[in-house]
Design a protein around this ligand. Structure first.
Ligand SMILES: Cc1cc2nc3c(=O)[nH]c(=O)nc-3n(C[C@H](O)[C@H](O)[C@H](O)COP(=O)(O)OP(=O)(O)OC[C@H]3O[C@@H](n4cnc5c(N)ncnc54)[C@H](O)[C@@H]3O)c2cc1C
Length: 434
């Protein structure tokens, strides 16, 4: 199903509104989907600036939960992305040291409950699918290899300097627009400029955790029957241990097995690039998981080289999904502004904030809480947690799951949220009175 506007159409937007000059800094999942959502809403002058020379996104899988799929389906790009994604039918939470199963949760109810299956895929497929959607609209332009600096959010119209990174013959340009969206990730220059202007704190809080992102090919795993069983499954597995865990699932039509670890961070806190991603050390990784079971050791030993990252905690697998929901809500509220005045734009963006802030903060908090519970060491708290896992096993996988990601109540709150409908209703209710 696609509610996307046909090419060149303007969804009933007044021409002064449709021609507002919109700039987006950052072509991650958030920036790409914001461009698509605004183009689908009828905006015709959208320019995305990205410092990397292309979409990149090598080397990592991503969970594409129903709330993400719902947005991408409404924007007309989900079918292409879902084609090579893998449906997750079950989740298994296991002791890392022994591979003993602590809990098993059936995920097959998800499609019926939320309209979409819980799928996993390759990040590059997701990003390219969204970008392909953008390219259907002539009003969306991309400038890759362009670093944005010196953001001005104080003047009447926002502006920034766009610096071509790889072509010294091109001069930096000062770019001015009507609306500037900062989708520039964890070290956002837009957010820093805004918070500075508001004299607020722009400090990043260090979680002291890092993740290794690993992809193994079917060929690498095919010589080992136990590993082959993993890549052939429809299962997401979390192997937990004190202060660490590994989550793993097959992606790319089961041609790749994706693993993502989380452990105390001693090496990456000072990573300097914009996404906190840097090369990891295989030796270091093997020693961090040195007490995990032999099957996991064999799997980690297949890793040719490492990529490690250090952004927000990924334990609910919702970071990109939330950036994509942000983008959907921006499309809804911006399409409903009655005129192109800065006052109306600002009111619409305040409604965006009302729809998004509490939800995003709740999810960030839940992810952190889930991480704490998964990473418990021996003691009373761990005993309580393991009792909850035992009760879950006894009930055949129904009831509270200490790994919040797999808890049905949490899934309902996250996956059942229709951000389009919530934004639409809140706009109708509050815009007039603001
Ligand atoms: C290990 C791990 C696993 C995860 N798993 C999942 C999952 O399963 N499901 C899920 O939904 N989420 C997951 N996430 C979270 C998700 O990856 C991120 O939250 C999401 O990708 C953030 O998207 P974004 O667009 O906000 O930022 P980013 O992806 O960081 O994009 C920001 C972009 O802006 C560009 N940029 C930055 N500064 C500038 C500048 N000054 N000028 C120009 N360009 C600039 C950057 O190059 C980058 O391309 C995971 C995260 C990690 C670390």
């Amino acid at each position: 199903m696609s509610l996307v506007a046909p090419q060149n159409s303007v969804m009933g937007l007044d021409s002064t509104i449709a021609s507002l000059r919109i700039c987006i800094i950052g072509a991650g999942m958030g920036g790409l989907t914001t461009a698509l959502s605004l183009a689908a809403a009828g905006f015709q002058d959208i320019h995305v600036f990205e410092s990397a020379s292309d979409l990149g996104f090598v080397g990592a899988g991503i969970q594409m939960a129903p709330n993400m799929a719902r947005v991408l389906d409404r924007l007309g790009v989900w079918d292409e992305i879902a084609k090579e994604a893998v449906v997750l039918n079950e989740t298994s939470i296991r002791q890392g040291a022994t591979d003993e199963e602590l809990a098993h949760v059936d995920l097959r109810y998800i499609k019926e409950a939320f309209g979409f299956e819980h799928m996993v895929g390759h990040r590059s497929t997701l990003a390219r699918g969204i970008q392909n959607g953008c390219l259907r609209y002539p009003g969306v332009k991309f400038s890759f290899g362009t670093l944005c600096e010196d953001v001005d959010v104080v003047s009447d119209r926002p502006s920034f300097t766009a610096i071509p990174r790889k072509d010294p013959s091109k001069e930096p340009q000062r770019v001015t627009c009507d609306i500037l969206f900062g989708a520039d990730g964890i070290k956002s220059v837009v957010r820093s400029a805004m918070l500075k202007h508001l004299e607020a704190d722009a400090e990043i809080i260090d979680t002291n955790q890092a993740a290794y992102r690993i992809m193994l090919s079917r060929e690498q795993m095919s010589r080992d029957p136990e590993l082959l069983k993993l890549i052939d499954s429809d299962k997401v597995i979390r192997w937990i241990g004190e202060r660490r865990h590994i989550i793993a699932y097959p992606v790319s039509s089961k041609q790749i097995y994706n693993l993502s670890t989380t452990q105390p961070d001693v090496n990456f806190a000072s990573a300097t690039n914009s996404q906190y991603t840097t090369k990891g050390s295989k030796k270091q990784m093997l020693s961090v998981y040195g007490d995990y079971c032999p099957m996991i050791q064999r799997m980690l030993d297949l890793v040719p080289e490492g990529d490690a990252c250090h952004p927000t905690l990924p334990h609910l697998a919702q970071g990109a999904a939330q950036a994509i929901e942000d983008a959907a809500v921006l499309g809804v509220v911006m399409a409903k502004i009655p005129d192109a005045s800065p006052q109306s734009i600002s009111k619409a963006l305040r409604i965006y904030e009302k729809v998004r802030k509490e939800r995003a903060e709740t999810l960030v908090g839940l992810a952190a809480a889930s991480g704490r519970e998964m990473h418990l060491g021996a003691g009373a708290a761990q005993e309580e947690r393991d009792k909850a896992f035992a009760a879950l096993r006894a009930s055949g996988g129904k009831g509270h799951v200490p790994d919040r990601w797999a808890d049905a109540e949490v899934q309902k709150m996250i996956y059942g949220f229709d951000c389009f409908a919530v934004a639409d209703q809140l706009f109708d209710k509050e815009f007039g009175g603001m």
